[in-house]
Unconditional design. Sequence first.
Length: 41
Amino acid sequence: MSNSLNSIILRFELDFNNDTMEIFRNMPEEWIVKKKVAVDH
C-alpha cells in the first residue's frame, strides 16, 4: 500500500519538475537573468 503511494508521489514530483523546467524554458531571457542575480546577492 505505502509502496504504491510512494511511487505515485515520486511520479508526481517528476512531472512537477518537468513542468517547472518547461516554464523556465518558456520564460523571457531577462527574467531568468534577474532571478539569477537575485539568488547571487
